[in-house]
Design a binder for this molecule. Sequence first.
Ligand SMILES: C[S@@+](CC[C@H](N)C(=O)[O-])C[C@H]1O[C@@H](n2cnc3c(N)ncnc32)[C@H](O)[C@@H]1O
Length: 281
Amino acid sequence: MTKMLKRALENILTIDEIKQLYGSFDIIGDIAVIKIPDALLDKKFIIAKAIMDNMKPVKTVLRQVTPVSGDYRTRELEHILGEDKTLTLYKEHSCIFKVDLAKAYFSPRLSTERIRIAKKVKSGETIVNMFTGIGSFSIVIAKHQPNSTVYSIDINPDAYDLMLENIKLNKVFDRVIPLLGDAKSIIQDSLRGIADRVLMPLPEKAIDYFDVALLALKPKGVIHYYTHVHASKDEDPIEKAVKEVEERLRLNYEILEARIVRDVGPRWHQLVLDLLVNRET
Ligand SMILES: C[S@@+](CC[C@H](N)C(=O)[O-])C[C@H]1O[C@@H](n2cnc3c(N)ncnc32)[C@H](O)[C@@H]1O
């Protein structure tokens, strides 16, 4: 909870109730998405009203009912207050995205990661984004490195349709190539050996698609590999992720960078490893 919101709820909820509220919530365009513990569900309107009263851009408050799940990585949302909608416009890094929070995955918490990747892309690169969603990584890359081509795959037809609209909104037609379908089939059929860089932003399944990423990669290229790692107090999540890859990748590779992207649960972290794979020798 932001300090402002805590203050707004100070005289309405008890100290205990405020403590039970989750630490943070997302604002995507003019929509706020909050998680509310079961014990406080009867206070959901009060909490939503405090958000709308204190955060002027917010026109809609939704409650996240389930975690993201399934192949499309979507979640169930409940409308609590304001306009009943899940569609909004979100801006970051000089890009604008049409987002439908009910139909396709999107997280503003990956904003720093998107620009980190975009800044690494060199002029003339070809990139394969295996799990593109509404186009966020691909479009940030294309805007920041105009001399690049990003083949952008997603299996969710709604995410693909939003990607098409976002390509238009950001005028990156010639640089972001939208592809609807399974990353494995599309790479096997038409994207073998073309990529200087492959993005794998599907932490739950990336390890199972490693061979496919290698198939898309040129003999020497970079894979941005995302994973979720659980680490106890005494464990280093980065070491654990590196070990996971070492066990799987019997190749000549170098880790260019390894970092925690964000925390996704108690002791659960999302990590990225930037791997320079070299099969030239
Ligand atoms: C965690 S989301 C990431 C989306 C996007 N990169 C982002 O950060 O906003 C993963 C995406 O992969 C897509 N997906 C899942 N399995 C896939 C597959 N086999 N081939 C292509 N896309 C897939 C889902 O539809 C979803 O949009």
